[in-house]
Design a protein around this ligand. Structure first.
Ligand SMILES: CCCC/C=C/CC(=O)SCCNC(=O)CCNC(=O)[C@H](O)C(C)(C)COP(=O)(O)OP(=O)(O)OC[C@H]1O[C@@H](n2cnc3c(N)ncnc32)[C@H](O)[C@@H]1OP(=O)(O)O
Length: 243
């Protein structure tokens, strides 16, 4: 799957819905045993959740948007397929969550590309299931420090921390992703799938059990004037940085 929503593959409601439907179709296709996720937008894997979806909208919209974020994660993290992220650009916040939700992450070895859960930098808090997914990849201590600081790790540091599994030259990224996919697909699906479920079930079940509460929390949090102000200021900062 190639993300192609210029300029920065931000995860809008429409993008998330299309991504989830795409994953569902592949999941239901018995001929498809694995998916490599990458980007067709140069230098950007995904800029994370579309901030404009969380600014100045109705309570109903926030609820619909958050449900779509949850749905995407439940499908990807809970997928029976082998999932490989070929991270060919920067990948903050929700973009990082997509990579973390895959079975294996390969990143282009460009130190200008960074990845991480930087929510704290926006004055917002990564929800528990973003945190759980992060902890399951890098461990508690690294996740704790990185989340509190809202760190975006340049590719070499991301590899050192175990946030990505390996770095390769950008031109070799897809070749490497295909080789990793072949290695994972060489195992019988049944054993691999049951093992994956065993490793991820507790974290998935936690969101399923608290899904409506999580939506309510998001709506309450994002509707606060202080949070709206932080998000607006962050968007302005992005625009100023550009000019
Ligand atoms: C409340 C509960 C928890 C909610 C959880 C949220 C998780 C999230 O995912 S929040 C989103 C976090 N994302 C970011 O912090 C990334 C912000 N973007 C960037 O750092 C940079 O844009 C980039 C490194 C991804 C790319 O840099 P580049 O110089 O190539 O492009 P820009 O000129 O900065 O951006 C182009 C264009 O796109 C707009 N934009 C960028 N990111 C977002 C975004 N996440 N949502 C909406 N719009 C975004 C940016 O403002 C520019 O717009 P204009 O062309 O109109 O100026």
């Amino acid at each position: 799957m190639k993300f192609k929503s210029p300029p920065v593959n931000s995860l809008s409601l429409e993008f998330l819905t299309e991504f989830s439907i795409g994953l569902e179709k592949l999941e239901n296709n018995r001929a498809c045993r694995g998916v490599i996720i990458t980007s067709a937008v140069p230098k950007i894997f995904s800029s994370g959740l579309d901030i404009t979806e969380m600014c100045g909208k109705s309570v109903e919209h926030y609820g619909e948007f958050w449900r779509a974020v949850q749905e995407m994660w439940l499908r990807l993290y809970g997928s029976n397929m082998v999932t490989v992220a070929a991270v060919n650009g920067s990948s903050p916040a929700g973009g990082c969550l997509i990579a973390l939700s895959c079975d294996y992450r390969i990143m282009a070895e460009n130190p200008k590309f960074s990845i991480g859960l930087n929510e704290a930098q926006l004055g917002i808090v990564a929800p528990f299931w973003f945190k759980d997914t992060f902890v399951n990849v890098v461990g508690h201590r690294i996740a704790e420090r990185s989340l509190q600081l809202g760190s975006l790790h340049p590719a070499p540091e991301a590899q050192r921390l175990g946030l990505v599994d390996e770095l390769v030259p950008e031109e070799k990224l897809m070749e490497k992703a295909a080789a990793v996919m072949a290695q994972w697909l060489a195992l019988p699906d049944h054993a691999r799938q049951l093992t994956k479920t065993m490793m991820r079930k507790a974290v998935l079940d936690r969101l399923v059990a608290h899904r409506e509460e999580d939506i309510k929390n998001f709506i309450t949090f994002v509707s606060k004037e202080s949070i709206q102000k932080s998000l607006r200021m962050y968007m302005e900062m992005l625009k100023k940085r550009k000019s």
